[in-house]
Ligand binder design. Structure first.
Ligand SMILES: C[S@@+](CC[C@H](N)C(=O)[O-])C[C@H]1O[C@@H](n2cnc3c(N)ncnc32)[C@H](O)[C@@H]1O
Length: 258
């Protein structure tokens, strides 16, 4: 699954899924909220981005822009970028409803339409990173648009989750495939036989090496615990699994100054 195939599958898939995604998760995300994943850890609690007031901030895989809108309420100049047109239409709708506007652009994390050194912070909350084949290109683009010393943070499905079936019940606790198997997860269109959804798997060690090679110093690796009394289901994320295994990994890093 190369980058072109991954993008050809995922853009239309997110266009199709956007209405359901926002209807199902919009209230949990909050129009001007910033959660890092299904456990509900907020940026207000985690503070991985640092003080965003007055900073130029890019959200990659911004969806309907909820996180960027929170950044704007904190005084940051946040901008969104997403592969799916329909997600950006939802972003525009919430801009109008909330009165907090996030200028956003259609694009891909592997080809950012911004000048060098445009941003102090780049982040992605379950956005593009696990959908990309050419991750080295996406990281090079991130370093290009960041200013020296800039912050980069992102959340992804915790790499250990790939060992288990994507099932929120106890059946999803039985390891059935190798943690080290990097074969992407692919859904295929029954009619055309073409890839209709792609996710790429990398181990924790892969991510640490990729960040170091791209010029980042790792500052955070958060594995949020499932909060007591939190019973919300989100796909394969549930209290049943969340009490025993991490579902989300959040990396924070700074771009080296030289
Ligand atoms: C799980 S959603 C998360 C959206 C938002 N961050 C949120 O928390 O709701 C993943 C988003 O990544 C976007 N995406 C997938 N591949 C991408 C790529 N190559 N470049 C930019 N965005 C991408 C999808 O269109 C989708 O909106």
């Amino acid at each position: 699954m190369d980058e072109v195939e991954s993008r050809r599958a995922n853009g239309p898939d997110w266009d199709r899924y956007a209405d359901e995604y926002q209807a199902t998760h919009g209230a949990f995300l909050g129009d001007t909220g910033f959660v890092w994943g299904p456990e509900g850890l907020t940026e207000a609690e985690a503070r991985i981005l640092g003080d965003v007031a007055g900073r130029d901030v890019l959200e990659v895989g911004s969806g309907a822009g909820q996180c960027s809108r929170w950044v704007r309420t904190q005084g940051g100049h946040a901008f969104g970028l997403d592969l799916a047109h329909r997600q950006l239409q939802h972003s525009r709708r919430i801009d109008e409803q909330s009165g907090v506007r996030v200028p956003s652009v259609l694009g891909t994390a592997t080809d950012l339409p911004f000048a060098d050194a445009s941003f102090d912070v780049v982040f992605s909350s379950f956005g593009a990173l696990q959908f990309i084949s050419e991750i080295d290109v996406a990281l090079a683009e991130t370093t290009r648009v960041l200013r020296p010393g800039g912050r980069f943070a992102f959340s992804i499905t915790h790499p250990t989750r790939w060992m288990f079936p994507d099932d929120p019940s106890a059946a999803g606790l039985l390891a059935s495939q190798s943690y080290w198997d990097r074969t992407p997860y692919v859904e295929v269109d029954d009619v055309t036989g073409a890839a209709a959804y792609v996710e790429h798997h990398r181990t924790l060690g892969d991510w640490v090496s990729l960040l170091a090679e791209a010029g980042f110093v790792l500052t955070h690796l958060l594995e949020p615990e499932w909060p007591e009394g939190h019973d919300r289901l989100w796909g394969g994320w549930s209290a049943v699994r969340g009490r025993l295994t991490p579902g989300t990994a959040i990396f924070g890093a700074s771009l080296r100054l030289t």
